[in-house]
Ligand binder design. Structure first.
Ligand code: IVH
Length: 717
């Protein structure tokens, strides 16, 4: 019989002294407090599980739960049937069929210190005084637990945990996850069970989560709407799994790790958890590489400490370690209490949160004029990193959280993602903290701020605002845009401060003498910079259009417009409804482009850039005699990543396009070739995952030479 189906024993073996409880106050106070804690925890559960929109941090949730548990332990009369301590959280979202698990999916009790871990072990030892325990240690993956039912080796159901008894049927979505086998691998040693419930965690790697958010932002931009991004990898995994259309889930990079079995029928029961993991591997499931069996509790504690220390080097979010007693017979004897098995425990890591003082809220001006509030903090260490700044996203966010200068605030770091402020602690105010007043004028140029319709963002409407110009220039020279190497952020700032450039067109009229006037520039570095500027003139028209930094015009929108209109001249005179009619260009992007084109300063800028020799049109189409269809790369898509040695990226792209090939905007299943130069990063990894042919630069050079399309080699910089 699997351990989870043991008879429930509701007599809690925990000793009253095991948890820290100091009870003061009258019975009614305690009753009120328990009700308050229940209400807050249930609201937090709902926000977390049903809306994927956490109200409070994990650490805060755990604190509330511990307080409620302690209260209930000391005063069992306060326990109500709906108390979150009596339930497994994770309610089912509406819209999916509800399915009852064959055996309940349990949760895990938490400990947070060596003392508490020891107390857990001592409770188990008290229950089985003669037993010698061995333990399995695993990372606690911060994802969603999943119950997979295999019948005669075939995956027939994938169900979320839900409330532990009934979950939601997401089989169609689960079938799209590459890590999850549709058919169990069979061997003489490990034949198929008649039926088996495999349990594990669906999660998203951090790099996949970031790439997904980037993609969602780009898609939103193309569609002309505000992006709805996920706050962290866990929410991203949950949102991706709960898509109504499995084709949408199929485009989301979900992963799976198996760690437990529920029902098992038709084969012998594994005797140990180690054997469970061995069978899971043999049947074709990924199992944590860090899973380890140890003989003593000291070793288990060392495992927890070690895992906590390296947690950010693991490519996905974990929020603790799980320690399990290895023998499944001992597991059965120990049984479980309410929702938690006595034979397993989650060792939660110290929260990656810290309190610090919010010194100041500083407003910066973005490229498109958006005013962005940023928090300057008293430096504080969070998991080995000093945090002194955090973005506050927009004014509404500051007001919603009522953040005030001088407040003590809770700062959180999720993985290696930018730190954020969870909340202020108003109880620590001394009266000097005043509600924050957003500026009514641009902090850089003093122009009164503007709001676009019902958008959350507030903008500086002055196109020649110096802060915007600086950001615009940084965008213009960046890698995805004109890619002017050697013109990094700091040099741009120096050129602007020295008043050598006022707008992007001035970059192309810079002289050697002007550059040499800047501190630290030698003849050679000045010549390199001028060469890089010169090279950028060959960037294809869509890149130039993107580089101009028109609000809402991302790389994809620039490609669509360039393809449809063919030239900057055509864009400048295009009526708004013509722009909005292109697929992928919504009314919002169309309006933004139209407004931009109406500004005389922008038209002057375009004229100067054209005069400097930038590509302001796509090359003429091939003759309509079908010649284009005969080009050697027709029907092939390419994407370049990393740095190339013999060609600039612009040269390579142009040569590919000249041969009829297409340049993709990102790695997807339909990509034909990825050309990976030195230091290729996540695109390479993703392409390898999707089995897309990856080539090095010499392969491309050879193919270009074959068709006599190899440009003159790039100048060495
Ligand atoms: S074992 C009966 N192992 O943590 C024990 N759970 O807070 C079954 N989790 O519901 C769970 N990593 O979603 C187990 N290595 C691991 C885990 C793990 C993450 C999750 C699981 C569980 C929750 C409890």
């Amino acid at each position: 019989m699997p351990a989870d189906t043991n008879q429930t024993d509701t007599s809690d073996q925990r000793q009253p002294g095991d948890s820290v409880t100091t009870m003061t106050g009258s019975e009614t106070d305690l009753e009120t407090r328990a009700a308050e804690l229940r209400e807050r925890l249930l609201a937090a559960d709902h926000a977390y599980y049903a809306e994927d929109n956490p109200l409070i941090s994990d650490a805060e949730y755990d604190d509330l739960m511990r307080e409620l548990r302690a209260l209930e332990e000391a005063h069992p009369e306060l326990i109500t049937p709906d108390s979150p301590t009596q339930q497994v959280s994770g309610e089912a979202a509406v819209g999916f069929t509800k399915i009852r698990h064959l055996t309940p999916m349990l949760s895990l009790a938490n400990v947070r210190s060596p003392d508490e871990l020891r107390a857990w072990q001592q409770r188990a030892q008290r229950q089985l005084p003669n037993a010698t325990f061995a333990y399995d240690c695993e990372p606690k993956i911060d994802g969603l637990s999943m119950n997979l039912l295999y019948e005669r080796g075939r995956l027939t159901q994938g169900v979320t945990r839900g409330d532990g008894v009934i979950g939601e049927d997401v089989t169609a979505n689960v079938l799209t996850i590459g890590d999850i086998p549709h058919q169990l691998r069979e061997s003489a040693q490990y034949p198929h069970p008649e039926r088996i419930e495999i349990r594990g965690e669906i999660y998203m790697r951090r790099d996949d989560f970031e790439a997904l958010n980037e993609r969602l932002a780009a898609e939103a931009q193309v569609a002309g709407r505000e992006p709805r991004l996920f706050a962290n990898a866990r929410n991203s995994a949950a949102g991706s799994l709960r898509q109504k259309d499995p084709r949408a889930t199929a485009t989301r990079p979900l992963s799976f790790l198996a760690y437990h079995i529920g029902l098992i029928e038709g084969v012998s029961e594994p005797a140990t958890h180690t054997e469970v993991l061995e069978r899971l591997r043999a049947w074709g499931f990924p199992v944590s590489e860090r899973a380890r069996r140890v003989e003593t509790l000291e070793e288990a504690q060392a495992y927890c400490d070690e895992t906590a220390a390296i947690r950010f080097t693991i490519p996905f979010d974990i929020d603790g370690a799980v320690i399990k007693i290895d023998s499944r017979w001992q597991q059965q004897d120990l049984g479980y209490v309410a929702r938690d098995p006595r034979w397993a425990i989650a060792y939660k890591f110290a929260p990656v949160e810290a309190n610090t003082r919010l010194r100041e809220i500083v407003v910066t001006v973005g490229r498109t004029g958006a005013l962005i509030p940023n928090a300057r903090l008293d430096p504080v260490q969070i998991s080995g990193v000093t945090v002194s700044n955090a973005t506050l996203y927009n004014f509404q966010e500051v007001q919603r959280k009522d953040l005030r200068e001088g407040d003590t605030v809770v700062v959180q770091r999720h993985g290696d993602v930018i730190p954020g402020i969870v909340k202020a602690l108003p109880e620590l105010r001394d009266g000097s903290q005043q509600p924050w007043q957003p500026p009514t004028t641009c902090p850089a140029c003093g122009t009164p701020v503007a709001r676009v319709d019902e958008e959350v963002m507030v903008y500086c409407p002055n196109a020649s605002c110096p802060a915007q110009q600086l950001e615009n220039m940084r965008h213009f020279v960046s890698r995805g845009a004109m890619d002017i190497r050697g013109l990094g952020e700091e040099i741009v700032a120096r050129l602007v401060n020295a008043e050598l450039v006022h707008n992007v067109a001035d970059i192309y009229t810079l002289t050697r003498e002007q550059i040499l006037d800047l501190p630290n520039f030698q003849q050679k570095s000045a010549a390199n910079l001028l060469a890089a500027i010169e090279t950028s003139k060959s960037r294809p028209f869509p890149r130039v259009l993107y580089a101009l930094g028109i609000r809402h015009v991302g790389e994809k929108a620039a490609e669509i417009l360039a393809e449809g209109l063919r030239s900057m001249d055509a864009l400048l005179v295009a009526p708004e409804d013509q722009l909005a009619a292109f697929p992928g260009i919504g009314p919002k992007i169309a309006e933004s482009i139209y407004q931009w084109c109406q500004q005389q300063t922008n038209r002057d800028l375009v004229a100067r850039l054209a005069q400097s020799g930038l590509q302001m049109a796509l090359p003429e189409r091939a003759e309509p005699d079908g010649e284009e269809a005969n080009l050697p790369f027709v029907g092939e898509t390419f994407l370049l990543t990393g740095s190339l040695e013999h060609l600039t990226r612009g040269q390579a792209e142009q040569a590919i396009q000249a041969l009829g090939g297409k340049i993709a905007s990102g790695v997807s299943k339909s990509l034909g070739h990825l050309i990976a130069g030195a230091e290729a990063g996540s695109k390479l990894e993703k392409a390898q995952k999707l089995n897309i042919p990856v080539h090095d630069e010499s392969w491309l050079v050879e193919r270009l030479r074959e068709h006599d399309a190899m440009p003159a080699e790039r100048k060495r910089m």
